[in-house]
Design a protein around this ligand. Structure first.
Ligand SMILES: [Zn+2]
Ligand SMILES: [Zn+2]
Length: 129
């Protein structure tokens, strides 16, 4: 699990002059990190520092840029992000625009809880529009 390829990302908004090296996560890990991030950013940061050779500061950067709702910018209200690891067309912030994918694996962790969290977020974001 620790032998993933490394990729570099940068964010124009919070770290304009610096690139961060992050593991090129598998879809299973993206699913897991999405789920953790939605539950608790702290849990997600801890999971990354416990399982990968990533510093606390870089793990925090990563978690701050994971989109809780696919396609929605973490920083502004832009809702049409397409692709992973992209800059928002409106505010230029980096977004880890991961999409949760069903891997047909019998993971114990809680698809039901995730669905509930997603529907809560969707409901509250509708209030703004
Ligand atoms: Zn940023
Ligand atoms: Zn944005």
């Amino acid at each position: 699990m620790n032998k993933l390829a490394i990729m570099k990302v940068a964010c124009n908004k919070c770290l304009p002059l610096k690139q961060i090296e992050i593991p090129d996560f598998t879809q299973a890990e993206k699913n897991r990190l999405l789920e953790l991030t939605i539950q608790s950013a702290m849990l997600s940061i801890k999971y990354i520092t416990d399982n990968y050779a990533v510093s606390y500061r870089d793990a925090k950067f990563m978690v701050n840029h994971i989109n809780k709702i696919n396609g929605h910018c973490n920083r502004c209200n832009f809702e049409k992000l397409e692709g992973e690891y992209i800059e928002c067309a409106r505010c230029e912030a980096l977004n880890f625009n991961w999409k949760k994918a069903n891997l047909h694996e019998k993971h114990v962790y809680s698809n039901n809880i995730l669905v509930i969290h997603f529907s809560n977020i969707r409901t509250s974001s509708h209030a703004y529009s």
